[in-house]
Design a protein around this ligand. Structure first.
Ligand code: HEC
Ligand SMILES: [Cu+2]
Length: 350
């Protein structure tokens, strides 16, 4: 009875584990399906160390089983004492040297990869983006391009993109698991890393350092497009006229309400570097609202009316006059029409 229960228990626990772990590794949010240079480099190290661990496991297990079978106490030999081998020079040497070799095999590629991934000496020749981490959103400023944007980071595939990162408040950490490792984003110094996407796609990014009540909602996306599409996107973003009047009357009312309700003291449209809140130049092309909500008008109205219920502790709440549902809806209409480019998360395969 006990044996049967024991078996059942382990099967049950294993299936529970499988069920729980099945939630891990959302597509484009996992280091185990690498789509970038850094993630590939880490994956190779993961595979190498797993092979070494498996090798050690098999050898130790074999020795253990052989010992159990061959040297167990046999009938008629109860008082037999086997040959004592303590202090055996050969054995001591073998089990000191083998682990040293294994550690070296692990250490050399790990140290090499660490230096390779930290090498930003060629940043002057590449694309440089100043990244600012804020409670609870990301700002991206394209050096030399006069482009300011937030939440969605556009990069070309097959090229190293250098991120110069600083925080405007507390410590954050930038992590796009399927593209690269993570790096702290500190208030007092600039940390630099590079990312390189191998394939086009939309990759999920996270803040990986507890930074306040909405830390787990501090999501962003890396949108990797072909180099030609990237150039097109840059051109489209530079061509934006922040003063442009929307076509229809509802959106025009929305623009007026946006201007009258203090929104512009924090949100810039165009290349002005004002960055108390996310830059909204290409807001209508965003893959998510505030990094997390599906980009529908209904969700946007909810955000504008009551951001606190969506991201607790955010810096927008209570800093603008109370809006009627109609005003919020008009503003939403206006903001969703800010779509300067054909190059969008959808075209990149979101
Ligand atoms: C005091 C500054 C401030 C004011 C005023 C303000 N916001 Fe915000 N807004 C923010 C901040 C900060 C965020 C980012 C919140 C977060 O994600 O944590 C934000 C986020 C947003 C977003 C989501 C942006 C994105 O990139 O997904 C929209 C849309 C928005 N605000 C619209 C408005 C509108 C409309 C008004 C005026 C009625 C307004 N905001 C007034 C600071 C402000
Ligand atoms: Cu954070």
């Amino acid at each position: 009875m006990k044996g049967w229960m024991g078996k059942f228990k382990s099967v049950f626990l294993l299936s529970l584990l499988a069920l729980v772990l099945a939630g891990c590794g959302k597509e484009n949010l996992t280091a185990l399906v690498p789509k970038g240079y850094g993630a590939e480099s880490s994956m190779n190290l993961i595979i190498l160390s797993s092979i070494i661990m498996l090798f050690v496991f098999v050898i130790v297990f074999l020795v253990y089983v052989i010992t159990l079978v061959r040297f167990r106490k046999k009938k008629g030999q109860e008082n037999f004492i086997p040959k004592q081998v303590e202090g055996n020079k050969t054995l001591e040497t073998v089990w000191t040297v083998i682990p040293i070799i294994l550690v070296l095999v692990l250490a050399v590629p790990t140290v090499a990869a660490t230096f390779d991934l930290a090498d930003t000496s060629k940043s002057k020749d590449g694309i440089n983006i100043d990244v600012t981490g804020n409670q609870y959103w990301w700002h991206f400023s394209y050096a030399g391009e006069e482009i300011q944007t937030s939440q969605d980071l556009y990069i070309p595939t097959g090229e190293k993109v250098y991120l110069n990162m600083q925080s405007s408040d507390v410590i954050h950490s930038l992590w796009v698991p399927s593209i690269s490792g993570k790096m702290d984003v500190n208030p007092e110094n600039v940390n630099t890393m590079y990312i390189e996407a191998k394939e086009e796609g939309v990759y999920w990014g996270k803040c990986a350092e507890l930074c306040g009540p909405s830390h787990s909602l501090m999501d962003f996306k890396v949108i990797a497009v072909s180099p030609e599409e990237y150039d097109q996107w840059v051109e489209d973003m530079q061509g934006v006229d922040p003063e442009a009047q929307p076509q229809d009357a509802v959106a025009q009312d929305g623009k007026a309400a946006f201007e009258e309700n203090n929104c512009m003291s924090c949100h810039a449209i165009g290349s002005s570097p004002n960055a108390v809140g996310p830059n909204l130049t290409n807001f209508g092309d965003r893959s998510r609202i505030a990094g997390i909500l599906e980009p529908t008008k209904e969700k946007l109205v909810n955000w504008i009316m009551d951001p606190e219920s969506i991201k607790p502790g955010n810096k927008m709440t209570n800093n603008y006059p109370e809006l009627s549902k109609e005003e919020a809806s008009n503003i939403a209409e206006y903001l969703l029409q800010l779509q300067p480019s054909e190059i969008t998360p959808e075209s990149a395969g979101n």
